[in-house]
Ligand binder design. Structure first.
Ligand code: IPD
Ligand code: CA
Ligand code: CA
Length: 273
């Protein structure tokens, strides 16, 4: 199968074209960004996040009027088709603010009856990379030169694994995340905190990270990336047998998922005491 066979699927091509349209606008980053804060003083949103969301929502309303919407900056619409678009207009807003390249547009299409993601697109314009997955058709990394099938790493040793993580914006949550990090850091090769959950998941999918975990994420942060990891052969879950969610998102190469799950369960249990 080639990437063009797969990208002919109308859901896939709609998601790709939408992300690319918005990506062009976001790449023209204004020198001055209007910013406001959300849940805490460090949780910022720029006028470009809002503009990106408006553009995506407008395109869905015009071309997919029956589909539902759940988007980070507040757009929400009930679905009449059984399908819902889950959108993070800029994942990695703090990087965008500082003009660091690790930010992306994350768009997923969910089948509401099964809660199953059908399509995931993560476009990182400043990195020149786009990640695309469609259920049953694998995960792909697309650049201007190539479209290649990607797979998670074949690591089986947690101590030799490069692990990504992320931190929330609330002080109490950060203290807990720092406490969990005390367990993880001595047990792995090293830690990376890139600042975009969606890109981190794509790095797991392509074997550039062996795994990623974060507590406190929202559906729009991981909906597309989780499908991209699964379609690349990785395992995505919560801990204690639960599915991924705000409690915990754990995405790993299959050879270390169980070890990482055990480590996070130990940390959670001991920190509770
Ligand atoms: C954030 C990023 C970050 C993660 C935070 C998210 P935002 O999303 O994904 O890497 O650690 O938990 O909230 O605010 O840039 O869309
Ligand atoms: Ca986000
Ligand atoms: Ca965001």
């Amino acid at each position: 199968m080639t990437f063009s066979d797969f990208s002919n699927n109308p859901d896939v091509s709609f998601a790709i074209e939408t992300a690319q349209l918005v990506g062009k606008v976001l790449l023209e980053r204004p020198d001055t960004l209007e910013i406001s804060t959300k849940s805490t003083k460090t949780d910022v949103v720029t006028h470009m996040d809002k503009l990106a969301e408006q553009m995506i929502v407008q395109r869905i309303e015009e071309l997919r009027p029956l589909d539902g919407i759940l988007a980070e900056e507040g757009a929400s619409k009930e679905s009449l088709s059984g399908l819902q678009w889950v959108i993070d207009p800029i994942d990695g807003t703090v990087n965008y603010l500082y003009d660091l390249p690790f930010w992306c547009i994350s768009i997923a299409l969910i089948q509401l009856e099964t809660s199953e993601p059908l399509v995931g697109v993560v476009l990182a314009p400043a990195l020149g990379e786009m990640y695309v997955a469609s259920i049953g058709f694998g995960s792909w990394r697309v650049t201007t030169h190539s479209a290649i099938r990607i797979n998670t790493s074949d690591t089986v040793e947690l101590s030799q694994s490069l692990m990504g993580t992320g931190f929330g914006y609330a002080v109490q949550q950060r203290k807990q995340q720092a406490a969990v990090l005390n367990y993880v850091l001595p047990s792995v090769r090293d830690i990376r905190r890139m600042g975009s959950c969606a890109i981190d998941l794509c790095e797991v999918a392509s074997g550039r990270l062996d795994g990623f975990y974060e507590k406190g994420v929202n559906h729009w942060d991981y909906a597309a990336g989780a499908l991209i990891v699964r379609e690349a052969g990785g395992i995505v879950s919560g801990i204690q047998g639960k599915p991924e969610g705000t409690d915990m998102l754990l995405a790993c190469a299959p050879g270390i998922h169980q070890q990482m799950n055990g480590l996070l369960e130990t940390a959670t249990r001991e920190l509770r005491q």
